[in-house]
Design a protein. Structure first.
Length: 319
């Protein structure tokens, strides 16, 4: 199979048939063998009924329904596990991504030998104040932190070589950082392609300021994991040594000060009245905590087991 199209969605009943017809027309006109995988992330409208009807009419349409809303990352994870195509294309279900971009995305993967191609919505139809401006800040921070030079990390339209999606773990809210996860896994042939962005036709956007905040928190998480995820003791142990060094020097200063005053007959104050005593005590306690955090991180890393992160309620009969 040439192409798997993975589409996570939440309450997009109105757009699904139009999106399916559009994708199918593009695939037919380019003679692609394909499958379309819809992941219903806990929709409360008729999205699942529509997906089920489409799968009954066309066995290339597959559907996965979550028991509740788990988030886009979990939906992509489930779709990636099911995908069988040599090239996997992800897109949103709101008709803002254009299926006519798929042939060029496929060409870049198969002919130009890129491992990941990310869409870049250079001209957007979103609200400039609430979405476009925060996105620019977010993307600049992501480029600086990750070293992956993309203009639009959060674009839903991306194409992957099959090996990429089978060897990365998309969890939490990390769907924004799949290019970074791919780079950390050793897939360095990453590029971007300018794609058309279209105004939302049905329903309301799922974007909110909370996602913008979570995006920056996730950016910090992925930076930490890429640097110290395999050896947490390298970070926490280093901080612990630094704290102990500061505490040791502070304690040494207190001892030297008392000996100096004793030698010169200067009256000594109680150690408890010396502010350096509290500095030494505090940083030594913090140093101990950092060491414990490092040890616990190493233990967790060695004892962790894979756990299911979402509960699938139903699948279509062809899965």
């Amino acid at each position: 199979m040439q192409i798997s199209v993975v589409i996570p969605l939440l309450n997009e009943e109105q757009s699904l048939i139009e999106l399916y017809n559009w994708i199918a027309e593009v695939m037919r006109s380019n003679s692609f063998s394909y499958e379309i995988i819809f992941i219903d992330d806990g929709s409360t409208d008729g999205s699942w009924k529509t997906i089920k009807n489409l799968s009954e009419k066309d066995d290339r349409v597959k559907g996965i329904q979550f028991n509740r809303n788990y988030g886009k990352s979990q939906a992509l994870h489930a779709g990636f596990l099911e995908a069988q195509g040599n090239v996997v294309v992800t897109m949103d279900a709101d008709l803002q991504d254009n299926p006519e971009e798929i042939p060029e995305l496929y060409r870049l993967i198969t002919e130009e030998k890129f491992e990941l191609v990310s869409g870049w919505k250079k001209k957007r139809y979103d609200n400039k104040l609430t979405k476009n401006f925060p996105s620019k800040i977010f993307n600049a921070a992501a480029r600086k932190t990750s070293g992956v030079k993309l203009h639009d990390f959060n674009c839903g339209l991306k194409a992957y070589k099959r090996d990429v999606i089978k060897n990365i773990d998309v969890y939490g809210e990390m769907h924004r950082y799949i290019p970074v996860l791919a780079k950390n896994a050793g897939f360095y042939k990453i590029t971007e392609m300018e794609v058309r962005h279209q105004a939302r036709k049905y329903g309301n956007t799922k974007f909110g300021m909370n996602r913008f905040i979570y995006g920056f928190l996730d950016l910090i998480s992925i930076w930490f994991l890429s640097k110290f995820g395999r050896r947490p003791m390298h970070l926490f142990g280093s901080l612990g040594v630094l704290m102990f060094l500061i505490g040791f020097l502070s304690a040494g200063y207190i001892g030297f000060s008392k000996l100096y005053k004793l030698y010169h007959g200067i009256p000594n104050t109680l150690v408890a009245l010396n502010p350096w005593f509290y500095i030494a005590l505090t940083v030594m306690i913090i140093g101990t905590q950092f060491f414990l955090a490092g040890f616990l991180g190493e233990l967790i890393l060695r004892s962790k087991r894979d756990r299911e992160r979402y509960l699938i309620k139903k699948t279509t009969s062809n899965i």
